[in-house]
Design a protein around this ligand. Structure first.
Ligand code: KG4
Ligand code: ZN
Length: 358
């Protein structure tokens, strides 16, 4: 059996997990830095890096203890090597390299996006069965919004991406403008539950256009204008709920439209392909999942999503991507340079090229 320690530090979660190739998550420790960033209403990179440094030692010890694993039992250590906030990525990569060299085990630099992309292969379908390649993937997080055909580890065909904001960013910024609390995405979903999705007329950028690209900045701007147009005086909770529900419906309409085009492209390349996967932090949104499940059904596809707690950043997904890489014999050298940017496509160099020396 293969056992890998995974480490995730690319944004505002310090996380460590031990996972096996039998798809068992032996431990999964996640420490969120919500309290550190709440006063600023968003993630402050320098604050995040320091918090990772403070927490990483105890998070890894906890993950090892809870999994009842000793370092000698590990087959490799995998850490997020990018993309992400570079101070945090450096903390994770340096720690993983130190563990790898002391315990003489391979080090694997995992692309954070590959972690999200392969999570469903760890968690499986409703019956626990493995998800095979290929599948169509909608990757929606705080920093990314992409449609990809996933044909294997490292084998991605990108069909479209956002030309401005990521969807999670649009959720977070809209929530902040409405004063819904921090973090914004989950707060907006909660307000939307008791709102009228048809009260506000918000744009659906790029809808009915060809291709699979996204755009969300116009939607975000319209939310701001709507708030400015409210009559003077305090905005009621009902107003906030209605605007949240209208935003979520517009975002859902855009996702459904873009995914429809992507399904046609996926089917042209893989006529027998039957799986649409949604992953990344925004995939935790149950209303968006419902819309995508409906769309998948209309096209004779099934929708697969990781459990909600494995949609947002975690280290189990990094350990799992490490296992998939290790099985292919793909490990990384000790001079791997953490990458603030790291596109998820097969032509991107893995171990060389731009990066920060760790
Ligand atoms: O994948 P993730 O944890 O970090 C990145 O890699 O970016 O995604 C975080 C993003 C944030 O923008 C957050 O607001 C959003 O996912 N998010 C949600 C929900 N839960 C998290 N957006 C909408 N509805 C949710 N329930
Ligand atoms: Zn993420």
């Amino acid at each position: 059996m293969i056992k890998v320690l995974g480490i995730e530090t690319s944004c505002d979660e310090t996380a460590a997990a031990v996972v096996t190739d039998a798809r068992d998550i032996l431990s999964n420790e996640v420490l969120s830095q919500l309290d550190e960033h709440r006063p600023y209403g968003g993630v402050v990179p320098e604050v995040a890096a320091r918090a990772h440094l403070d927490a990483i030692g105890s998070i890894i010890s906890n993950a090892m203890d809870k999994s009842d694993t000793s370092y000698a039992d590990l087959d490799a250590v995998a850490a997020t090597g990018g993309p992400g906030l570079i101070g945090g990525v450096l903390v994770g990569v340096m720690t993983a390299k130190a563990i790898a060299s002391v315990h003489k085990i391979p080090f694997i630099a995992v692309n954070h996006l590959e972690g999200h992309a392969l999570t469903v292969r760890l968690t499986g379908d409703d019956q626990g069965n493995t998800i095979d390649f290929p599948y169509l993937l909608l990757l929606v997080s705080g920093g990314h919004c992409q449609l990809l055909i996933v044909e294997g580890p490292g084998q991605y065909k990108r069909l479209g991406t956002t030309i401005d904001d990521a969807l999670g960013e649009a959720f977070d910024k809209s929530a902040k403008m409405m004063g819904l609390g921090y973090p914004g995405g989950p707060a907006l979903e909660k307000f939307a539950k008791s709102g009228d999705p048809d009260r506000f007329d918000l744009p659906r950028p790029l809808r009915k256009r060809p291709g699979c690209d996204f755009s969300f900045s116009g939607l975000k701007t319209k939310v701001r204008q709507q708030i400015e147009n409210f009559p003077p005086g305090p905005v009621t909770d009902q107003d906030k709920s209605d605007l949240s529900a209208s935003f979520q419906k517009a975002a859902g309409d855009v996702l459904v439209d873009r995914c429809s085009n992507a399904i046609a492209m996926f089917r042209a390349r893989h006529p027998a392909g039957n799986t649409l996967v949604v992953a990344g932090g925004v995939a935790a949104n149950l209303e968006l999942r419902r819309r995508l499940t409906e769309l998948a059904g209309q096209h004779n596809l099934r929708l697969i999503a990781p459990p909600v707690h494995l949609c947002t950043d975690n280290a189990a997904m990094i350990a799992w991507a490490g296992i998939e890489r290790l099985k292919l014999g793909q490990t990384d050298p000790m001079d791997f340079r953490p990458r603030p940017r790291w596109p998820l496509d097969p032509d991107a160099p893995r171990a060389t090229g731009a990066g920060i020396k760790a």
